[in-house]
Design a protein around this ligand. Sequence first.
Ligand code: ASP
Length: 339
Amino acid sequence: MKRRTFIQNASLSGLGVVAGTTVLACNNTSSTSEANSKENPVDTMKNTEKPTPIAICTWGFTKANEAAGIALKNGDPALDAAIKGVSVEEENLKNTTVGKGGAPDREGNVTLDACVMDPSGDCGAVLCVAHITNVAALARKVMEETPHVILAGEGAEEFALANGFEKENLLTEASKEAWQEWLKTSEYKPLINIENHDTIGMLTMDGNGDIAGACTTSGLSYKMKGRVGDSPIIGSGLFLDNEIGGAVATGMGEEVLKTVGSFLIVELMRNGMSPQEACEEAVHRIVKKNDRYKDFQVAYIAMNKAGETGAYCIHEGFTMMRYQDGKNENVAVDFYKKS
Ligand code: ASP
């Protein structure tokens, strides 16, 4: 049974969830305590004009964000635009942290993780996929064509091949050489890694004010075989509620998973925080828990239903792309560790 039919049947039996599509604006508060003492903005939000389409993504992925922004401008729905955007990096062989050309695990296998979420709250994900480049599009297929949310490993790959995806070798010569160099010491140090582009997480708001997102990665370089991080896990690498907003994460996936970071940010926005405040609080939850944050990076970006955006990270060096009204900007992001 196709997923859509399954969901329709479920809603007929009273299990369906319908997300609202009203466009809302909320006050942008300036501090966490102030936000907490205010009335719940979900109650105080008011109808307003629809914002012009917006695309934001992690790091300086200029072309990917521009592709999404242009797609939105041309009238694409939010999820189509997000998948178009992130596929630019999945296909970029020079990017060693996303898609084809990604760094392999310790045994030399490139495995990809991705998830997508649409404005209705529906979602799909694939984990540990070894021979498919466009894993965000594959995650969407899982969402639309199966009764499941997640497919992993061989099952995901068989499903991909049955649905017209091409089987490819994802290990490029350059990534192979770097891995062989790494093997000489085999020293596993997933440190801050701010010099390199990382996971691409993207949030899009289309001309109807609907929000969607996609997150896609090859995960940490030289990870253990079978390791999966936060990126394909709904609630950690990506979460959105079309009535409130969305968030995506990049950086040390284990730490994002432990704090369910993206879900946390959306819930904080639901309770009154601006996207900026919510991202800051989610980073604080991580750094409060352990001192090891000195050695790893975590970064979040978020957007609310009014089109306000925010971002925050542990260490200097993370940036966010923001496309709106034909302008695609690389936005500097404030960080926790100032010294
Ligand atoms: N969050 C990704 C993971 O842990 C990696 C990254 O964004 O650098 O797999």
